[in-house]
Design a protein. Structure first.
Length: 454
C-alpha cells in the first residue's frame, strides 16, 4: 500500500475552517506554503486534520533531517521534562548546554580550540556572528552575496538579497553591508562560463576592495556554502578556495552560514567539508534540534571570546529542552549514518533528474549536493527566462496528489527537496513519481519546445 492516502479535496473541510480562523487571527505577513493543517507526523509522513496522509519533502524547511518525532529525540525530551524546563543559562547554568557546545566544537571543521554560543534561530545566530566578528576585528563592514538568505531580523535582513517579500517596505537597513555576486554559474553575473572563467567572481573580491569598501574596514564575509532560499546553488569548489585565500590575506573572518546545509543534508555533517572551508565562525540551526528552536555560533575560541561578559546571551538561548533534542538528534545522525543516506538519496534523485532534463526543456538545470537537490525551471533554454508560474503549478499538482514540496530561488522558479533523511526507499520513489507526473503534466500542457543549449 502506498504511503500517501488522500480522502478529501485538498484542502479538506477541516483545513478550510482552520484557514478561515487563521485569516481572522494571524497577520497576512505570515505566509504558508500549503493550505493543509497538520494533525500528526512520523518520519517522512505528515497527516492533516482531515485524515489525508502526505509525503513530506519539505521537512519544516530543512529542520527534520532525522524525521518527524525521531525516537531518540522524543525520549530525550520526555526525560528532560521530568527534570526542568527553564532556568536561563545566564542565571542557573546546566550541563546539557555545555555538552552540546562541546559536541559542536568537536564536529565543526577546523583543528583548533573552539567555543559555541546557543541561541534560538538562524537569524539570531547571524546577528550574534556579526557582533562577534566586529568585536574581534574592530572593523565595521560585512560582505555578503547576491541571492543569499540569512534571516528576517534587521542585520540578517540586511544581509539577505531577495527583495520581495523579505525586504520591501522594511527599509532602512543596517549600514556597512556590501553585496557581491555569488558563483551562480547557471546565471553568471559576468556572462562567463566555468571553468574557462578562472573563477572570475571569486577574484572579483579584490576589485571590491578597490572600488567599494576597503579591505581593512571589512570584519567578515558571510556566505552560505550552498545557497538555500536562493535556489540550492552549489558553486565550484575553486570559488571557496579563492574566497578563503583572500580572507586570510586581508585578516577578514570567514563566516559560514550552515543553517540549511548543516547536519548531514549535503552528505557530510557540514557542507563546508565538501569545499575544504575552515570557517572562523560557523552558524548552525534548523536540523540541529529536530524541530525545537535552537541555533548556534561556533568558532575560533579567541574570536568567540572577543565580546565582553554580558555582551552575548538571551533569555531562552540554549533552552534545556532544545539542548536535549539536539544531543539526541546528533546521536541519531551519527548512529544511523544519515550523511551517507543523504548521498544515496541525492544519487537517486540525480539519476531520475538527468532523464527528466533530457525529456523536458522546462528543466534548465538539476543541481545540488547530497540530498540538498533542486530543479531550476525555465520558459526557454536559450533565454533562461524563469518559469515561475509553471513552478507554482507543479507545486500545486504535487500537493493535490499528496506530496509536500517547496519552491526557492530569487525568481521563484526552483523546486527544492528537503526530505527527511530517514525517508524509506519506497517512500522516496513514491514522492519522485509524483514530482515526475507533475513535471510531465505542466511541461506538456505548456508545450515547451525551445531548442536546447549545447
Amino acid at each position: 500500500m502506498p504511503t500517501i492516502q488522500i480522502h478529501t479535496a485538498i484542502p479538506g473541510p477541516k483545513s478550510q475552517e482552520l484557514m478561515r480562523r487563521r485569516e481572522a487571527a494571524v497577520p497576512r505577513g505570515v505566509s504558508h506554503a500549503t493550505p493543509i493543517f497538520a494533525a500528526r507526523a512520523e518520519g517522512a509522513v505528515l497527516e492533516d486534520v482531515d485524515g489525508n496522509r502526505f509525503l513530506d519533502f519539505a521537512g519544516g524547511i530543512g529542520v527534520l533531517n532525522v524525521g518527524h518525532r525521531a525516537p531518540r529525540v522524543v525520549a530525550a525530551l520526555l526525560d528532560q521534562i521530568d527534570q526542568f524546563l527553564h532556568t536561563c543559562f545566564s542565571v542557573s547554568p546546566y550541563a546539557k548546554y555545555i555538552e552540546l557546545a562541546e559536541k559542536l566544537n568537536s564536529l565543526t571543521p577546523g583543528n583548533f580550540p573552539k567555543k559555541t554560543i546557543l541561541v534560538n534561530s538562524g537569524a539570531e545566530a547571524i546577528e550574534n556572528a556579526v557582533k562577534i566578528a566586529r568585536a574581534y576585528t574592530k572593523r565595521p563592514a560585512i560582505i555578503c552575496f547576491e541571492d543569499a538568505f540569512h534571516g528576517r531580523t534587521m542585520m540578517a535582513m540586511s544581509l539577505t538579497s531577495k527583495t520581495h517579500p523579505y525586504k520591501a517596505g522594511f527599509e532602512p537597513f543596517s549600514t556597512e553591508v556590501y553585496r557581491i555576486p555569488y558563483a551562480y554559474c547557471f546565471r553568471c553575473s559576468y556572462s562567463l562560463k566555468f571553468p574557462s572563467c578562472n573563477v572570475f567572481c571569486g577574484h572579483h573580491l579584490e576589485d571590491t576592495f578597490k572600488r567599494v569598501v576597503a579591505s581593512e574596514a571589512v570584519a567578515a564575509i558571510v556566505v552560505e556554502p550552498v545557497l538555500g532560499e536562493g535556489g540550492f546553488v552549489a558553486p565550484p569548489r575553486e570559488f571557496y578556495q579563492v574566497i578563503q585565500q583572500i580572507c586570510r590575506k586581508h585578516g577578514i573572518l570567514f563566516v559560514a552560514d550552515e543553517v540549511q546545509t548543516g547536519f548531514g543534508r549535503t552528505g557530510s555533517m557540514f557542507a563546508s567539508e565538501h569545499y575544504g572551508i575552515v570557517p572562523d565562525l560557523l552558524i548552525s540551526a534548523k536540523s540541529v534540534a529536530a524541530g525545537l528552536p535552537l541555533a548556534a555560533v561556533t568558532g575560533r575560541a579567541e574570536v568567540m571570546d572577543a565580546p565582553g561578559v554580558g555582551g552575548l546571551g538571551g533569555t531562552y538561548g540554549g533552552n534545556p529542552l532544545s539542548c536535549a533534542a539536539a544531543l539526541a538528534s546528533i546521536e541519531t545522525m551519527e548512529k544511523e549514518n544519515l550523511s551517507a543516506r543523504a548521498i544515496k538519496l541525492g544519487d537517486a534523485f540525480e539519476s531520475r533528474a538527468r532523464g527528466w532534463k533530457k525529456k523536458w526543456p522546462l528543466i534548465g538545470e538539476a543541481r545540488g549536493l547530497g540530498a540538498m537537490r533542486a530543479l531550476e525551471l525555465v520558459k526557454s533554454q536559450e533565454t533562461r527566462e524563469p518559469a515561475k508560474e509553471e513552478t507554482e503549478q507543479i507545486l500545486k499538482f504535487c500537493r493535490d496528489k499528496g506530496l509536500i514540496v517547496l519552491s526557492a530561488g530569487s525568481y521563484g522558479n526552483v523546486i527544492r527537496l528537503l526530505v527527511p533523511l530517514v525517508v524509506t526507499d519506497d517512500q522516496f520513489d513514491e514522492g519522485l513519481n509524483i514530482l515526475e507526473a507533475a513535471l510531465a503534466h505542466v511541461a506538456e500542457s505548456h508545450a515547451v519546445a525551445e531548442p536546447r543549449l549545447a
